[in-house]
Design a protein around this ligand. Structure first.
Ligand SMILES: [Zn+2]
Length: 208
């Protein structure tokens, strides 16, 4: 790996496989290794306020200084770290980044909210939900998590409550059923939802 640091731009030449780089780009269905790698890169970007460009190179060929950089990196990692004064501002930033990283780690490794995680594996600053009134935000959030007053969820809390759809008697009144499938809501779906509605374009859309 050969890294050259300018003021705000870091180019990293990497011999990671192209499929790994592709997996990093796709933000869904990532393995835990790819998620960890993405978090490390994200940490690097947010801790040092830099842009990172990952540039694939085949094996270890023809990059001047590559062996030297590898050698220096190994040497550096075994030495004690220099005690360098840090400003209060930087400490605040690091703490902020750390708590954000903690949150992202817990969100990535957790077992709850997995339906929502499949659609959104990190906070989206351009989430359409930000444009809504608080009451509507709450409804969208409930629909995203499935913790909403639909019969399927009420049945999970209280097994004597029947899970069937009140509009068409389908066996499970779920968010997916109500939003996308229920024939009893066909007209409302045509009027209110995008032309080819999906969970993603209905509940997780971003503004430009
Ligand atoms: Zn139905």
């Amino acid at each position: 790996m050969n890294a050259s640091l300018e003021t705000t731009l870091l180019d990293i030449y990497t011999s990671l496989t192209q499929s790994t780089l592709q997996a990093l780009e796709e933000q869904q269905n990532q393995s835990s290794e790819i998620q960890s790698l993405a978090l490390v890169i994200h940490n690097l970007i947010s801790s040092f306020d830099i842009n990172v460009i990952l540039q694939w190179i085949p094996g270890h060929t023809n990059i001047p200084g590559n062996d030297k950089a590898d050698h220096l990196a190994k040497q550096g990692s075994s030495k004690p770290q220099i005690d360098k004064p840090v400003s209060i501002q930087s400490i605040k930033q690091i703490l902020k980044n750390n708590s954000r990283e903690d949150w992202l780690n817990r969100w990535a490794m957790g077992t709850t909210g997995r339906d929502m995680y499949a659609e959104m594996n990190r906070p989206n600053p351009k989430d359409n939900i930000n444009l809504l009134q608080r009451k509507d935000q709450s409804t969208i959030f409930q629909l995203r998590t499935g913790h909403v007053g639909l019969n399927y969820h009420l049945h999970r809390i209280n097994p004597t409550h029947l899970p069937h759809c009140r509009k068409c008697s389908h066996s499970c009144e779920t968010v997916q059923h109500i939003l996308l499938e229920c024939p009893g809501l066909h007209k409302a779906r045509q009027e209110l939802l995008p032309p080819h509605p999906s969970v993603h374009n209905t509940l997780y859309h971003s503004y430009k």
